[in-house]
Write a protein that binds this ligand. Structure first.
Ligand code: SAH
Length: 359
């Protein structure tokens, strides 16, 4: 047995084939193994019944195939499910299943924690623990699809769980390629939305990707001063640069960039904010998704009233901007936007972390 066994669940098909060949196995076994792992969510080599018993034993001696383990599965009254998944190093992440919106949607994480520290987001309070590997990002989707009976049915993916996808660029894009593979779940990039705080070099790279997901940009403010206060990376990548990258972003016919805007009462939800937002988006094929704040302990902002949300939305609509208000799903199980935080990351219990946040 080799000292460190390669984890086959982290490899794109071509690399998996190479890894097998390098250890003297037939290349065509790669497809079989990839399909077991990524199409059927079977990672135990012993259960791969189209490989001979002897072959399974030899492969098991040379390789591993890691998969996230479900350690909690909470169900909201609205049907949303939040899965806590444990990774190989016992770190934990959260992934959310949101049914009927109108499609089935998986909200997946790209990092353990997050380095962006947006002022209204609980995950940001954790700090960044580490990047997820491509295998872990793909593993979440596979495990969610299996747990919800959707391995053979279409679903959407939003990269809106824990983490900033463009801060873990390579692993995120590798994961999208693995999900897209016809030997895996064949997820069309049109069904995937990548949500970012607006890391400009990442946006420029993304603009050249052959496999292009839908883009959502978390704007949340209309002046640099206010945005820097709420979304600290704005200091490095200010509004004008983000909007310029958006203007240059290649869009397919009829597709638009979504701009997310968290509404914080009396912070960024005035009529002037709404008009300024409409002005900023002038000339961009945009739609706006308003997200009334999901409050949480330690978050020093309030959710505006429905009337204030409606007024903000109306001003945008009057300026001919397509606008939607995100329903917050799964708030009773802390599965809504900005509420994902898990114990284990910092070595403290959830209760200890909460206590820290409340100080
Ligand atoms: N890092 C990515 C994904 C974040 S989660 C990004 O910044 O886009 C998806 C959305 O939820 C983001 O727009 C994020 O700003 C928003 N969000 C974070 N905390 C929130 C909260 N407490 N209430 C409502 N939305 C929140």
């Amino acid at each position: 047995m080799s000292l460190s066994r390669t984890n086959l669940a982290d490899l794109e098909l071509a690399d998996l084939e190479k890894a097998l060949e390098a250890r003297g196995f037939d290349r065509f076994r790669g497809r079989q193994i990839y399909r077991w792992i990524h199409k059927r969510n079977v990672t135990d080599f012993n259960l791969m019944t189209d490989l001979s018993q002897a072959l399974r034993v030899r492969i098991d001696a040379e390789f591993t195939s890691e998969t996230p383990r479900i350690v909690a599965d909470d169900r909201s009254v609205d049907g949303t499910r939040k899965l806590v998944l444990e990774l190989g190093d016992t770190r934990r992440i959260e992934s959310v299943f949101i049914p009927d919106t109108p499609a089935m949607t998986f909200c997946v994480s790209t990092q353990v924690g997050c380095a962006m520290s947006c002022g209204f987001c609980l995950t940001g309070k954790m700090g960044l623990v580490r990047n997820l590997t491509a295998g872990e990002i793909v593993g979440q989707v596979r495990v969610l699809a299996s747990a919800t009976g959707l391995l053979e049915r279409p679903f959407n993916i939003v990269l809106m769980g824990m983490g900033e996808p463009l801060h873990n660029y390579d692993n995120t894009m590798k994961a999208l390629r693995m999900l897209h593979s016809e030997h895996g779940l064949s997820v069309s990039p049109r069904r995937i939305t990548l949500s970012t705080v607006g890391i400009v070099p990442g946006l420029e790279r993304l603009a050249r990707e052959p496999l292009m997901p839908n883009l959502a940009v978390s704007l949340h403010a209309t002046t640099d001063e206010q945005r820097t206060a709420l979304v600290p990376p704005n200091r490095k990548y200010p509004l004008a640069e983000i909007l310029k990258a958006c203007r240059q972003f290649p869009l397919k016919k009829r597709s638009r960039i979504t701009f997310e805007y968290v509404l914080l009462e009396e912070v960024n939800d005035s009529a002037e904010d709404a008009s300024r937002l409409a002005g900023l988006l002038n000339g961009i094929k945009a739609k706006v998704n308003l997200i009334p704040l999901n409050p949480a302990p330690g978050i020093p902002y309030r959710r505006p009233s429905d009337e204030r949300v409606d007024r903000f939305a109306q001003i945008l609509a009057d300026r001919h901007i397509t606008v939607s208000v995100r329903k917050s799903r799964g708030r009773d199980i802390r599965a809504a936007c900005g509420q994902l935080i898990v114990e284990g990351g910092t070595g403290k219990s959830a209760a200890q972390q909460m206590a820290l946040l409340m100080r």
